[in-house]
Ligand binder design. Structure first.
Ligand SMILES: CC(C)=CCC/C(C)=C/CC/C(C)=C/CC/C(C)=C/[C@@H]1[C@@H](COP(=O)(O)OP(=O)(O)O)[C@]1(C)CC/C=C(\C)CC/C=C(\C)CCC=C(C)C
Ligand SMILES: Nc1ncnc2c1ncn2[C@@H]1O[C@H](COP(=O)(O)OP(=O)(O)OP(=O)(O)O)[C@@H](O)[C@H]1O
Ligand SMILES: [Mn+2]
Length: 315
């Protein structure tokens, strides 16, 4: 059979194995908790999550990095447009660098992976270019879906569903199993809301307020006070309200974990528990998100693992 010569560009790309290894490396360096969670998954799923992680991280860095901070929003918008065109080529099976090789292989392995959440995430990054305030929670919720709920949608396709648990439940009789989409989005939104609460001070220093302005007004707290870092009783009340709302999303998300495949429930429980503990850290810091960064130590993150395993088996 006639063998077509490979084009030089394809030839210079990494093998799939090397490509996944590069994604693993980036994930391990950038996101310790995610990385830890992925180690609890079978190798195929773990590799796919690394490839997706790298794509998401790169998308985020197009607008949120040292290099991006030196560019104007028109240029950044053009970068996002080019990135979106490249995304279309990835879904058409055409990688352009080594990280792409891993994602193209993942898209190939998981045909249910849909391009739309990837597009939506780019749209979320676009929002950061043209707005630095959110009037209502509804507007913030849309932002959170785009930059984080989308990650839930992408990863749920990789993790897959637990069909035997589905079939055993009398409630599901006669219904084809479906992915717990709403809950997956909820975990992304919960994480993003938590992230926003943790980073209030950092964002304020960049002139950004993600907390809905309607909430500030409701608690009689002003933008100027937020920029000054006023941590009084009004602020504490406002923060208690925000924390309660974020926790509702964690609770909603956790109801979907039972429907995930056996080999993915443990990591997702671990992820959900440890990330939600950042909210506790904020409370322990007396809601001072202006000068102190709330965090969960590695030791505490590790302590979640046996509890998460038990929940994965029992719930
Ligand atoms: C455990 C698991 C399977 C994780 C998925 C890992 C993955 C692909 C993560 C991508 C994260 C990423 C780089 C997104 C880009 C946009 C962004 C920065 C979003 C925020 C992440 C935190 O990043 P970080 O704090 O490092 O950012 P800065 O340092 O502030 O720049 C987000 C908060 C989004 C995180 C969202 C998720 C991990 C979604 C979780 C949902 C699931 C795993 C679905 C579970 C399924 C059910 C049914 C509950
Ligand atoms: N257990 C988790 N479950 C779900 N998402 C998580 C979890 N841990 C971290 N994340 C998300 O992944 C991001 C990167 O994780 P990482 O381990 O880097 O923690 P971090 O809180 O961002 O701290 P740092 O950036 O200082 O390492 C987090 O900010 C968070 O949005
Ligand atoms: Mn981080």
């Amino acid at each position: 059979m006639l063998q077509l010569p490979e084009t030089p560009r394809i030839k210079s790309l990494a093998s799939v194995e090397v490509a996944y290894e590069s994604c693993r490396q980036v994930t391990a360096d950038f996101a310790k908790s995610f990385y830890l969670s992925t180690l609890l998954m079978p190798v195929e799923k773990r590799q796919a999550i690394w490839a997706i992680y790298v794509w998401c991280r790169r998308t985020d860095e197009l607008v949120d990095s040292e290099a991006a901070s030196k560019l104007d929003s028109i240029t950044l918008g053009q970068h996002l447009d080019a990135w979106e065109e490249r995304l279309e080529r990835l879904f058409a099976g055409k990688p352009e660098d080594d990280f792409d090789v891993a994602l193209v292989e993942t898209i190939d392995r998981y045909p249910d992976l849909d391009i739309q959440p990837f597009r939506d995430m780019i749209e979320g990054q676009r929002m950061d270019l043209y707005r630095n305030r959110y009037e209502t929670f509804e507007e913030l919720d849309l932002y959170c879906y785009r930059v984080a709920g989308t990650v839930g949608l992408m990863s749920t396709v990789i993790m897959g569903i637990n069909e035997s648990a589905w079939d055993k439940s009398p409630w599901n009789a006669g219904r084809a199993p479906y992915l717990p989409i709403k809950e997956a989005v909820a975990l992304g939104v919960a994480n993003q809301l938590t992230n926003i609460l943790r980073d209030v001070g950092e964002d304020a220093r960049r002139g950004r307020i993600y907390l809905p302005l309607e909430d500030l007004r409701r608690f009689n707290y002003t933008e100027a006070e937020l920029f000054q870092g006023v941590n009084d009783e009004r602020w504490k009340r406002l923060m208690r309200f925000q924390i309660r709302r974020a926790r509702q999303y964690f609770v909603e998300a956790e109801q979907g974990i039972t429907f995930l495949n056996d080999d993915a429930r443990w990591p997702v429980w671990a992820a959900s528990m440890t990330y939600s503990w950042i909210l506790r850290a904020i409370e322990r810091n007396q809601y001072d998100v202006f000068n102190r960064r709330a965090y969960v130590s590695t030791k505490r993150k590790l302590s979640a693992l046996p509890v998460a395993l038990m929940r994965a088996k029992v719930l």
